[in-house]
Design a protein around this ligand. Structure first.
Ligand code: SPV
Ligand code: MG
Length: 293
């Protein structure tokens, strides 16, 4: 679809749809196509998963140009809107607005920016998560809004709870980022229960839609998120982790069995893989455009 249509679709899912929305992690064209075929309506271009697939750590090691190249493959391989994990924006307001501008050009539907300093570290690694100054980060958000307007959904991600600050700091930042023009707030937590998420949603009262990433509080059912009025849940890294287990298993089996007969029935068929990328369309196009002889 037209790129503006994808941004509108993501805006509908995050900002106006009253039911809970789900975004599935993907990190390349294949994982995007698989998620679409399975029935997801939107994708999360996870910084962690993209870093993993490129062999980097999720610590701002991949460059922003590498990120936009991956996003382009994700956009081209599906019709789905893609919310891109823009980390901390790769620098100050200027780097953030260049990133947003290029993401829009490559067909992204939205970008999430987190209020950390560059280089960032994955929120589940270690204890050093220096936050950006809230005013400075608000300037990053305003610069992105001025650069791309409504053509990208702008999600402001709050890392205050990750960094060990309290609810007050998280709410203070959420209000500042709403004032700066964010379309939605992503509140992140590394706790194994959703208590601090629900404390946040109680205090926030949905001034803007709330997006969450329940990687660590995975036992909380979707019904509880609905009841708290949350807008969108991101299943942030599960295709990458599933692929890691599946690839390891098949590697170990092939080494042990010195053959592939045993695993043939357990891996996707080639027909399955071909069908994800519409080889049938190419055959039709050949009939139409290649000389007949
Ligand atoms: C990601 O998927 O890269 C995220 C979510 O930012 S998390 O890893 O939970 O920080
Ligand atoms: Mg990330």
């Amino acid at each position: 679809p037209e790129l503006a249509t994808r941004a509108a679709a993501l805006r509908e899912q995050i900002c106006s749809n009253r039911d809970l929305s789900f975004l599935m992690e993907a990190h390349d064209g294949l994982s995007s196509a698989v998620a679409e075929r399975a029935g997801f309506k939107g994708l999360w271009a996870s910084g962690l998963s993209i870093a993993c697939s490129l062999g980097y750590r999720d610590a701002s090691e991949a460059s922003w140009t590498q990120l936009i190249d991956v996003v382009e493959r994700m956009v081209d391989s599906t019709d789905l809107p893609v919310l891109v994990d823009g980390d901390s924006g790769f620098g100050n307001f200027n780097n953030a607005r260049i990133l947003a501008h290029k993401l829009r050009q490559r067909g992204a539907a939205g970008v999430a920016l987190e209020d950390k300093q560059f280089p960032k570290m994955n929120s589940f690694v270690g204890d050093r998560h220096p936050l950006a100054d809230a005013n400075e980060f608000s300037g990053r958000l305003r610069a992105v809004k001025d650069a791309v307007g409504d053509e990208l959904v702008l999600v402001a991600r709050i890392e205050a709870l990750i960094a060990g600050h309290g609810l007050d700091e998280a709410l203070h930042r959420a209000h500042a980022y709403a004032d700066a023009g964010a379309d939605a707030i992503l509140i992140h937590s590394r706790k194994s229960t959703a208590d601090e998420i629900f404390a946040f949603t109680n205090g926030w009262q949905n001034r803007l839609p709330v997006v969450i990433v329940p990687t660590k509080y995975y036992r909380t059912p979707a019904s509880a998120f609905r009841a708290a009025g949350i807008s969108t849940v991101i299943w942030a890294n599960h295709s990458m982790r599933a692929a890691t287990s599946a690839m390891r298993n098949v590697c170990e089996r092939i080494i042990t069995e010195q053959g592939i007969a045993g695993i043939e029935a357990e891996v996707a068929t080639l027909e399955d893989v071909f069908s994800l990328f519409h080889y049938d369309e190419l055959a039709l196009a050949e009939a139409r455009y290649l000389p007949a002889n």
